[in-house]
Structures are given as structure tokens and as C-alpha cells.
Design a binder for this molecule. Sequence first.
Ligand code: BTN
Length: 250
Amino acid sequence: MKFNIIYLSKVNSTNSYALQQIENNALNHGDVIFTPNQESGKGQADNTWESEPGSNLQASIILTPKMIDAAEQFVLTQLISLAIIDLIKSYLPSKKLKQELKIKWPNDIYVGDKKIAGILFQNFIKGNKIEYSIVGIGINVNQTNFFSSAPNPISIIHKTNKLTDIDILLKQLLNNIGSNYEKLSIKGYFAELKTKYINNMYRFNIWANYSDIEGDFRGKIIDFDEYGRLIVLQESGAEKLYMFKEIKFI
Ligand code: BTN
């Protein structure tokens, strides 16, 4: 697929800008809003997204994924998360660091226990189709100090000790996304994506501490279903299903 990069020297949030432009019918599939300076970046669940001007990758990609049903939207989450994993992995200097790079369900990218990238999806559904999806991607690249309440940020520079060119990084990211996106209409690709996601999943098949509406517990992530709900085995042997925000990793 082809991407068209729309560069803005400054914007409140690339996702908000994209939404506004879509409402004016001014954006198409493959358009990418890209800025070095986001004045009020948005994170998931009404959080803010901290980014020092000029230091990080911030972009929103417009997709109109006609080949998947709305009920299958978690495949997009998998595809984008894995494109970011492949990208960052190519910059990490050691095998050990590459192995520490994981997707914390549903779509946070972690190195060890620290967050290096996040994704804010805004999917607009019409009938059983995704009319369009705004895929907001924030990757911490060259920022060394973080000041907001973000609990555990880390940047590529902390692991490479050198500056990364953000324009090149964006091109590589779009290449990764583009080549995988085209495979979405191939039969069998969903299964391939799932296997790869599980192979890169933070805390997969490991007993760890969680909390849900009933309190703290020990559990083990064993799978996710077709809607992207997390399946967690409890010590009692019971399996529980969680939607986003229904379970906290402690
Ligand atoms: C998260 O909370 O993990 C999601 C962070 C998403 C940040 C990116 S930066 C580009 C795009 N524009 C925004 O306002 N947010 C996303």
C-alpha cells in the first residue's frame, strides 16, 4: 500500500487533527499525519501522551480496512503492534534486549517493564465494517527525561546510546505496516498474526499478579479470543475473559 505523509510542524494531537479532517472529508486511506511537536498528545483512556518537541515519533495513520469485519478489528491491533515490535527490534543492539521487547496486551510496547511505545486506535464502525480507523502511534525515540506522571517510560536512545533519525524511523514503520496490511486479505494470515503476537506477548504463560473488579489475584495469560479479549487462568483452575481496562497488570 502507498502512504502519503502530511507533515505539520506543530499540532495539538495528530489523532484529533485527523478526526477533524476526516469529518471534512479531507483525508484518505494511507494518509499519515506526522509532527515533531504535539502540544496535547492523547493517550489511551483519556491520559495525556508526553513528548518533548523534536524528540519522538508521533503519527496518525488513516486506514479504511474494507477486507475485515468490525468484529475482527483486533487483527489491526495485532498487525500494528507487531510492525512496531519489528521496527524497534531492528534498532536494539543485543539479542537479550530484543527478547525483552514485548507487547503488553492489548497494544503497549514494552522493553522489560518499561513502556517504549503506545498506540491509540480510534475505529469508526458502520454496520459490520470499519469505515475508517485512525491509528495514532507514539514511539519514544530520543527523549532522555520524562516529566509527566507516565509511570515507566523509556526511549530507544536509552538502549542504543545514540540518536535515531525519526524521518527514517517513520519510513521503516510505514514499510512494515504496508507490507503486512496487504496480507490481511490472505486466508490464513490471521492465524499467522496471532502466533506472532503470542510469541511477542508480555507475561505470556507466566504466573504473575493481576487485579480485577474482585480484587488482586495470581494468574497466567494463556490466550486471547477472536475479539481480542484476554484469557487468564486463575490458580483455582478457572479461566476468565477480560476486555480492555477490566484487568490490571500489577
Ligand atoms: C497510549 O496511551 O499508550 C497511547 C499513546 C498514543 C500516542 C500517539 S502520539 C500520535 C498520536 N496522537 C495522539 O494524540 N496520540 C497518538
